[in-house]
Design a protein around this ligand. Structure first.
Ligand SMILES: [Ca+2]
Ligand SMILES: [Ca+2]
Length: 113
């Protein structure tokens, strides 16, 4: 599913695209990949669509502290054959910026009450 469609699907389910707030949550999300066969990437709720290089989560919070999040080497490169990459995807190891119109798996989360 594309990033915008994934965002809406999560919302329709009463959830949100996942936004790992810290290293602990990041590690938890990464573990999903070892339990689901054949999934290599998944969209999460962070994008730099509004302003290139400024990563905001779906709540509009600036993801200033991206250091704990391990970018894959060379990422974020905002480049896919000349197409901008403005949506964040996670792999079992690291973060990538990817095109928002790619059909990818995605991770929703339900905020704790
Ligand atoms: Ca970008
Ligand atoms: Ca990229």
């Amino acid at each position: 599913m594309t990033w915008p469609a994934a965002k809406k699907t999560c919302e329709d389910e009463g959830a949100q695209l996942a936004v790992p707030p810290d290293q602990y949550a990041f590690n938890g999300l990464r573990r999903i990949f070892s339990s689901v066969q054949g999934i290599w990437y998944a969209n999460i709720g962070v994008t730099d669509q509004v302003s290139e290089g400024i990563f905001l989560d779906i709540y509009g919070r600036h993801q200033r502290d991206m250091e704990y999040r391990v970018w894959n080497p060379g990422e974020p490169n905002n480049y896919d054959g000349g197409n901008p990459e403005n949506c964040l995807a996670l792999s079992c190891r690291s973060f990538y910026d990817m095109r928002c119109d790619l059909e990818l798996p995605f991770i929703c989360e339900i905020a704790p009450m």
